[in-house]
Design a protein around this ligand. Structure first.
Ligand code: UDX
Length: 446
């Protein structure tokens, strides 16, 4: 099939590469000429396992093209995906200007019938607005061309995006057009193996499904972070509690890891956007507001633990392992590390940080500064540092040499923001251990 995708961010690029991989002719369109030039030169602008090979091979095979020309993308396309960003507006609502700009371009350029598919995470009712925008643009030039608008939200996880796209656990198609559903079913047939993963529903339900999924996952995390706070106070270990509740299949082991708070491009933005949608339709989203508030507090937790152990942090140096919002990505959007770094700097502390992938993003965000050293490896970050904080649970951090950590740090303390260490092993090496909800921070530091 001839498929065009507007937007070469995470979603657009991964979707385009995977659709090309199974034999479609895919054109990716982006207004960012620099990005398109890099992609044309075979350079993938994001770190995502497996993506570079997929882009390179499919470009070489002639199935994947990149262009800044919307007209070239629209001409001859059977399916047009909209996968552009929906950043939050100041009030937390999703900014639809990019989505609607693409819809207008489609209406201005369309020459033959097409199915337009919203893949961007968009508030309920956006498909109607896309339809109206295309219709108006067609009317402006006196054209009458049939088109459908469907909703097909993505559920990709950064770091696993290629795998999630190639082997999705569900494919949601929101459409009231049998023809559009048939075309999307055919497109997704290569990914719909073993059992039928396609769920067809009305457009609005599909739009809400995406928000509900992310809000539910964010709720699980905030719930566990709240239980962790209780465990801390009562002297229980939330890691034991996690295993105890996860064994109930109705609860499950997934997404109940307490930590430094959720970050990334989806959860913070989508929880706020859903709250906004609810309010603007007269509903009172009490739970969502609490999920968000718990997360905001959780992002302060690591700073509070450091302060508790070290007192005044002015003039201290803190070693930070992991900066990306989660492992296997270089993405720093809403990363808990940012809250920690900014609080440390305003308290007058210095940061020695190491992340396997995100250093360049941190440099882009914060520039060169005298109170930030981006170190070449994890142990280098310990030199001259008073404490070690683990913010992102990269695999390489899981079994460190605790003796070496104790010998190198000026003050023997480890703050484990992801509960990846065995507290007994850390303490056996002569280090004080603080985790999240492990009943330890209520002790007096020795
Ligand atoms: C998420 C959804 O999982 C995905 O389906 C959707 O399409 C986009 O948003 P992503 O943002 O890539 O994906 O990351 P995810 O792996 O879901 O993690 C989100 C955040 O939650 C991270 O900051 C992670 O550290 C945190 N998290 C996750 C926890 O703190 N505890 C957990 O148990 C799970």
């Amino acid at each position: 099939m001839r498929v065009t995708i507007f937007g070469t961010g995470y979603v657009g690029l991964v979707t385009g590469a995977c659709l090309a991989e199974v034999g479609n002719e895919v054109t990716c369109v982006d207004v960012d000429a620099g990005k398109i030039a890099r992609l044309e030169a075979g350079e993938v602008p994001i770190f995502e396992p497996g993506l570079e090979v997929l882009v390179r091979d499919n470009r070489a095979a002639g199935r994947l093209r990149f262009t800044t020309s919307a007209a070239a993308g629209i001409a001859g396309a059977q399916l047009i995906f909209i996968a552009v960003g929906t950043p939050p507006d100041e009030d937390g609502s999703a900014d639809l200007s990019h989505v609607l700009a693409v819809a207008h371009t489609i209406g201005a350029e369309l020459a033959e019938p097409v199915v337009v598919v919203n893949k961007s995470t968009v508030p309920v009712g956006t498909a109607d607005r896309v339809r109206a925008t295309i219709t108006a643009a067609l009317a402006e030039r006196g054209a009458a061309i049939a088109f459908d608008v469907a909703s097909n939200p993505e559920f990709l996880k950064e770091g696993d995006a290629v795998k999630d796209c190639m082997r999705p656990d569900r494919i949601i198609i929101g459409s009231d057009s049998a023809q559009a559903v048939a075309r999307l079913r055919a497109l997704y047939a290569p990914f719909n193996r073993n059992h039928d993963r396609i769920v067809v529903m009305d457009v609005r339900s599909a739009e809400l499904t995406k928000y509900a999924a992310n809000a539910m996952l964010a709720t699980k995390i905030s719930f566990m972070n709240e239980i962790a706070a209780i465990a801390e106070q009562v002297g229980a270990d939330v890691e034991q509690v996690r295993l105890g509740i996860g064994s109930d299949p109705r609860i499950g082991y997934h997404f109940i890891y307490p930590g430094a708070g959720y970050g990334g491009s989806c959860f913070p933005k989508d929880v706020k956007a859903l709250e906004h949608t609810a309010r603007s339709h007269g509903a009172e989203p009490r739970l969502l507001a609490a999920v968000e508030a718990v997360n905001a507090a959780q992002k302060q937790r690591l700073f509070a633990l450091l302060q508790q152990h070290l007192g005044d942090l002015a003039g201290r140096t803190i070693a930070v392992w992991g900066l990306a919002f989660k492992p296997n990505t270089d993405d720093m959007r809403e990363a808990p590390s940012r809250t920690l770094l900014e609080r440390l700097w305003s308290a007058g502390a210095r940061v020695n940080a190491y992340d396997p992938e995100a250093a360049h993003e941190v440099r882009r965000l914060y520039g060169e500064r005298s109170d930030l050293a981006l170190c070449p490896d994890a142990y280098a970050a310990l030199d001259g540092a008073d404490a070690l904080v683990v913010v992102t649970e990269w695999k390489a951090f899981r079994s460190p040499d605790f003796e070496r950590i104790r010998r190198t740090l000026r003050t023997s303390v480890v703050v484990d923001g992801r509960n990846i260490f065995d507290p007994a092993a850390v303490e056996a090496a002569g280090l004080a251990y603080y985790g999240i909800g492990r009943g330890r921070s209520v002790r007096r530091p020795d």
